[in-house]
Design a protein around this ligand. Sequence first.
Ligand code: HEM
Length: 407
Amino acid sequence: MISRGTTGSMAVTPGWYGADPTRMDLKTNPHSPYRQLRESQPVNLTPNGDWRLSRYQDVQKLLKHSHSGMRDTQGIIPGETAEDSANSKFMLRMDPPDHDRIRNLVSKAFTPRALNAIGPAIEPFVQQELERVAEQGVMDVATDLSITAPAASMCAMLGVPFEDRHRLTRLVSLATNRLAKLAVPDMQEDAEAAIYELAGYMLELIEERRRKPSDDILGQLVTAEEAGDRLSNDELLQQSIGLLGAGLETTIGLIGNSMMAFSRHPEQFERLAAHPELTPSAVEECLRFEPSIPMTMRVLWEDTEFGGITIPKNSRVIALIIAANRDPAVFTAPDTFDIGRREAKHCSFGGGIHFCLGSHLARLNTDITFRAVAAKFTDLQVDESKLEWAPSLFRVPGKLPATFRLR
Ligand code: HEM
C-alpha cells in the first residue's frame, strides 16, 4: 500500500514495523525493535496516521529547526476536540505566543536561588530512606528509592507533603495517559478521574498560598507577574498539575531504569562508587541509554522533508527520543553503557522552545540519588522478573525488587 501524503521517489507503507507502542513488552525491551525501525523505516508512517522519526538528525530537525508546534494550524491538539484544546493550558500543550507567556511566568519561579535551596532539602530524605532499606536488607527500587528525591523536591517546590508521595505518583502516572487519547483509549476513564482528583488536591494547596503567601515555587507561581500579567486560576492549576507530573513521573522513571542498567552492568556501578566525580556523566549516560520519556511530538505547520520523504502540513510527528539516543551516526558504540561517555548530547529533554524546563532539577535529583546509593550499597541486583511497569504512558517502573550488600 502506498501511503497518503508522501512525495518524492520513496513510497511509504504504513505499519508499526515491530515497534507498536501499545505493546507492554516494548517498554521492557524497546531497543531492538526501535533499532530495526530506525534501520528499515527511519521516517515511519504508523497505521493511525502519525509519523515517527528515529534518526538523531531528523529528531533534531523536527524539534529545533522545523516550522511546527503542539497544535495544528487551527489551534487544535491532535486527537482532542476544539473545546478540549481551548481548555488545555499546560505549557507543553501550547504554542506561541501563549506558550511563551506562560513559560516566562513559570520560569520566574525556577530561579537558580530556588533550585539551590532544593538540593539540601532533598538529601536528608534520600539518606533517611536508604538507612531504612539498609536495615531491611532488600528494597523496592521504585517505591523505596526512585521516588524519594523527586518527591522531596516536589515537597520543597510545591509544598506537597512527603507522606502523599505514593498516592500522587499513582495519580500522575494514570494522568499521563490523557496525553495519548487515541493510543490508549481504555486508560482514558482512569486518566480523567486521576486528573480530577489531582485538581482538587492542588486547588487546596493554591488556596492555602493565597491565604498565606509562601516562598516556595508554588507560592511564587501564585504571585508571579510580568508587566502586570499573571497566571489565571485555570492556568495556574494546570501548570501546577503539569509540574507535579513532570517532576515525579519522569525522574522516578529515570532512576528506576538506571538502577536496572547498573544491575545489568555491575562494573559501571562499581566505577561510579570508586569515582563519584563521574556522577554527572553517569546521569547523562542514563538519560541517553534508558530514557523514561521515550518520545515527544510536534505538529507540522508546513510540508517538511525528512530523509527524502515529505511529511504533509498538519501531520503529527513523533520524535522517538529513545531511538535517536542510540543512533550510531552520532554515538560511538551506542549500545554500550559507559558512564564516562563524553558525548552528552542525548535528546532526552526534547528541544527548541519546549526544551524541558526542569532539566536542572531532574539532574540534581538523579545526581543526589546516584551518589548516595553508590556510596552505601554494593552488589546491587535488581530482580527484573518481578518488574511491574507503572500504569503510565511512559517507561516508569512501578515495582522493582532488588537486593544489595552494605559497602
Ligand atoms: C528525568 C527527568 C525528566 C525528563 C526525561 C524530562 C523530559 C521532558 C521532555 C522530553 C519534555 C518535552 C520537550 C519537547 O517536547 O521538546 C519536557 C518538557 C517539560 N518538562 Fe521535563 N523532564 C524531566 C524532568 C522534569 C522536571 C523535574 C520538571 C519540573 C518539575 C520538568 C518540567 C517540564 C516542563 C514544565 C516541560 C514543558 C516545557 C515547555 O513546554 O516549554 N521536567 N520534559
